[in-house]
Design a protein around this ligand. Structure first.
Ligand code: 13P
Ligand code: SF4
Length: 360
């Protein structure tokens, strides 16, 4: 990865200069001691999280949460956190939480100077596309996504050439290169609406084969698909869900549309991460299996004490690269900056804005 920032010193005023030319004062490492005063200050937050964060871990998290929340003000920064972040991030330091669509909508309207994207790289790129004048940082540049890495801009150009005149819908889980070859993006929460908005009989739909299969079950538009998969959701099986139901016929099963068709066939509800959360909060089922990345059940459990979560635990290794110490480093060092080639950004932005501007 290219190092895009530099540090310059004049007297005691060290500055970090980013590739955008913006310069930021270097900040001193805050005190991360666990003290009785901090314990008292952070107690209300811990009471909310006690059922999802073991008490032995709290003295490690709490000083970071305090330091990050203080530094955010100093940097005029906001933290956008995906629903898959761990509870200490999601409930401790995030300013806005949500699914990919909600995070993109927030990125387009937040007023801060700096966005820290607690999620994966394609989400940070989407924020940068929608807020080009802001500094967008991701705490770990290697937070990728198996769907985003399954297809390149060149792959999509070849597909377009094979189906001349057929419009392209790309899932936001793609690189800016792919978005630049795309007519309109979609997320798991609006994919059917986006496909139907084009008014054509056929649509090229990339890169998630299983999301495509779900969308195909909801529309008459014929989808031409790419065979990318989410490495987290493709591991669930219909068989394991049937076993949960046999053990407790009253259990509710709700699933993300990146799951294979035999998994969705067992689901009582299918939707984006935000829609899954709304469903649990609205319906408060006594027992539920959330068939998705497993930090999300922890985040919802902290707010729904009456719901018992059955937890098949598939972790996204990319989402889990984001941690409190790395978020603190981002704020201190202003890294890692998300930069997109301006020629690609201009084309990619159109496909994301077209989605954002779609009336629901
Ligand atoms: P959502 O848009 O539903 O949050 O999904 C993003 C994602 O990466 C799911 O794996
Ligand atoms: Fe990508 Fe799957 Fe991880 Fe979401 S859960 S970021 S789709 S690998």
């Amino acid at each position: 990865m290219t190092e895009l920032s530099a540090t310059i010193s004049s007297g005691d005023k060290a500055q970090t200069v980013l590739s955008s030319g913006k310069s930021y004062r270097k900040l001193a490492m805050p005190d991360l001691q666990w003290t009785p005063a901090l314990e008292r200050e952070m107690r209300p937050l811990y009471e909310k999280l006690a059922n999802v964060i073991p008490s032995v871990e709290w003295p490690f998290h709490a000083p970071y949460i305090k330091a990050i929340n203080d530094l955010k003000k100093e940097r005029n920064a906001v933290i956008l956190a995906h629903n898959y972040m761990t509870p200490e991030i999601f409930h401790g330091v995030a300013d806005f939480m949500g699914d990919s669509l909600q995070l993109a909508q927030q990125a387009a309207r937040v007023e801060a100077d700096v966005i820290i994207q607690c999620g994966v790289h394609f989400m940070a790129e989407t924020s940068k596309l929608l807020s080009p004048q802001k500094t967008v940082l991701i705490p770990d540049m290697d937070a990728g996504c198996s769907l985003a890495s399954s297809i390149t801009g060149a792959d999509l150009r070849a597909m377009r050439a094979a189906y001349p005149g057929v419009p392209v819908v790309s899932y936001v889980n793609t690189s800016a290169d792919v978005k630049a070859e795309t007519d309109i993006c979609c997320t798991s929460s609006n994919a059917v609406q986006v496909v139907e908005s084009l008014g054509t009989d056929r649509v090229i739909f990339v890169p998630d084969e299983y999301l495509a299969s779900y969308v195909q079950s909801q529309t008459d538009v014929q989808l031409i698909v790419w065979k990318g998969h989410c490495e987290v959701h493709e591991r669930f099986t219909g068989e394991e869900l049937r076993a949960y139901r046999e053990a407790d016929p009253s259990v509710k099963i709700i699933a993300h549309p990146e799951c294979p068709p035999d998994v969705l066939a067992e689901a009582d509800f299918t939707g984006s991460t935000a829609k899954m959360i709304d469903w649990v909060k609205t319906n408060e089922p006594p027992r539920v299996v959330m068939v998705t990345e497993c930090s999300m059940a922890d985040n919802v459990a902290a707010e729904t004490p009456n719901v018992n979560f059955v937890r098949p635990c598939n972790l996204c290794p990319y989402m889990k690269r984001i941690s409190l110490p790395k978020i603190l480093d981002s704020l201190l060092e202003m890294k890692d900056e998300v930069v997109i080639d301006p020629m690609i950004a201009e084309k990619a932005r159109r496909s994301v804005e077209r989605m954002i501007n779609l009336k629901s």
